[in-house]
Design a protein around this ligand. Structure first.
Ligand SMILES: [Zn+2]
Length: 496
């Protein structure tokens, strides 16, 4: 009976968010908690457990940390948690047959630009060179050479928006069992493509990027292909190997793997300019919205907390104030000092404040006098996703036509839940600021007159050249529009 170890460490960060995050952004599961928390759930471990529990395997769960998207992880916190990860493996050295390590791929600390590569290198040191390791990644992950050197094979999501968590974990577990039980020998090839991409064409069901995914799935029909995928990376994680990548693992057949990875990469490259976001300038967007009957959604993907931004932007509201916007506006902001000020003042009080830019100095504070309409601090559920949100101190503030919802801690804006739990319905406002690149259609698109995708400044702006990458390899499209591509397949084989 093969003994299969389960461990992991997942987060996605934006380098351009100036607010570092800490261990409290993570939920940590130890030992059997990994099994009880994931069994039957829509997660990679949920999928892996289905496979392992229905095969003749003994499951050895050790340590897993899953964190919300945020700014870079404070290095000392990473070191402490990485230490826990490594310690959790040590009692099992020499006693397991394989390991499945669940990662995202876009973690980062100010000092460690390849945290996942570091974790896998340390895992190999503890578990030994002969214990196979299979990893799973988000398709926004940044795969590195070090990760491929210290893992036997990689599997990745095949969907955006992501709906194949279970399938991905199940593929990882099946592949690991083929290595352990059948002795398949993965050889991997990746092809790095010097481009960052964003926008609607990346939606795998309807967009151009779906072609690469369908090809990867077709490759996987061949029993000699062990895994195939395409990583579009998280363009906000500025690390040396940030880029788009095709990868294929084949059973002891480097040529087969290389041919698949090359085709995926070569087919992707000509579409790079179509895989960018169409954005409307900030001034223009506010002027257009002002002329509409409404309701209007103003999408501020540049401050998307679900992608790692601070949530501290007031850029759209600031432009509305400047243009003397005539309509009612609903906008969220994460601003701990203002949330505390409102809680101290109490419901019904009037407070004079400068709001926005408290956490992120790229925003200019706006002077306003607000009435405190309501206060809360309870955690809440999202409308459809299973992620509990903990906003900390929360306040609804009103100043003339502006209503803002202030939280102490960033929460996700992938739906309307923050507004609804605070007694506010976006349908009652002319304009709502939505800090998420895409929401399910029923939340806004189905009932608004327009959803304007605004080119506002922020740590997760889809205007990629505006971000100011300093670490990733250059030239890189679209920062350098003339970037050329000559494919260089890189070969990896851990088992030799
Ligand atoms: Zn993702």
């Amino acid at each position: 009976m093969p003994r299969i170890l389960l461990a992991g460490f997942m987060q996605e960060i934006s380098t351009f968010n100036p607010v570092e995050c800490h261990q409290d952004y993570f939920k940590i599961l130890r030992g059997d908690e990994i099994v009880t928390d994931n069994r039957g759930q829509n997660t990679e471990f949920g999928g892996a457990l289905q496979v392992l529990e229905s095969s003749d395997s003994e499951i050895v769960p050790t340590w897993f940390a899953g964190g919300d998207a945020a700014g870079p992880l404070a290095h000392a916190d990473f070191v402490r948690m990485a230490g826990e990860f490594v310690e959790s493996l040590k009692p099992h050295a020499g006693k397991i047959d394989g390991a499945y390590i669940r990662l995202h791929g876009s973690m980062g600390t100010p000092e460690e630009l390849d945290p996942e590569g570091f974790l896998l290198q340390e895992a190999q040191k503890v578990l030994g060179d002969d214990v196979p390791i299979v990893i799973s990644l988000d398709l926004h992950g940044v795969l590195t050479g070090r990760m491929m050197e210290h893992a036997d094979a990689v599997v990745s999501y095949h969907t955006y928006p992501h709906v194949d968590f279970v399938d991905t974990g199940s593929r990882a577990a099946k592949l690991l069992l083929r290595i352990v039980n059948d002795g398949v020998k993965p050889v991997g090839v990746r092809v790095r493509i010097p481009t960052l991409v964003r926008g609607n064409e990346l939606i795998t069901e309807t967009g151009l990027f779906g072609q690469q995914i369908r090809y990867a799935q077709e490759l996987q029909q061949n029993p000699s292909i062990l895994s195939a995928g395409f990583l579009i990376c998280n363009p906000f994680t500025d690390v040396p190997e940030l880029c788009s990548q095709a990868f294929v693992y084949a059973d002891a057949d480097a040529e087969l793997a290389e041919a698949g990875a090359l085709k995926m990469a070569n087919d992707f490259w000509p579409n790079r300019s179509k895989m960018q976001s169409g954005l409307i300038g900030l001034e223009d967007a506010v002027r257009q919205a002002a002329g509409m009957a409404g309701p209007v959604a103003l999408t501020d993907a540049a401050d998307a907390t679900s992608s790692g931004a601070s949530g501290n932007s007031n850029a759209i509201a600031g432009e509305m104030v400047r243009q003397d916007y005539p309509h009612t506006v609903l906008a969220p902001i994460c601003e701990p000092a203002l949330a505390a000020q409102a809680h101290e003042a109490g419901v019904g009080a009037r407070i004079t404040t400068s709001w926005g830019g408290d956490l992120d100095p790229r925003y200019t504070p706006i002077d306003m006098e607000f009435e405190v309409i309501s206060l809360s601090d309870a955690p809440f559920d999202l409308e459809t996703w299973v992620f509990k949100q903990n906003p900390g101190k929360t306040a609804v503030l009103k100043s003339d036509n502006y209503t803002i919802v202030v939280t102490e801690v960033p929460v996700m804006h992938v739906d309307r839940s923050l507004f609804l739990v605070n007694g506010l319905d976006p349908k009652d406002f002319h304009s709502t600021v939505v800090k998420s690149p895409h929401c399910e259609p029923q939340f806004y698109d189905e009932w608004v007159e327009a959803n304007l995708n605004v080119d506002a400044p922020g740590a997760t702006s889809a205007n990629l050249p505006s971000l100011g990458h300093t670490i990733c390899a250059r030239p890189m499209y679209p920062m350098e529009p003339e970037t050329t591509f000559s494919p260089e397949p890189e070969h990896f084989s851990r088992t030799g």
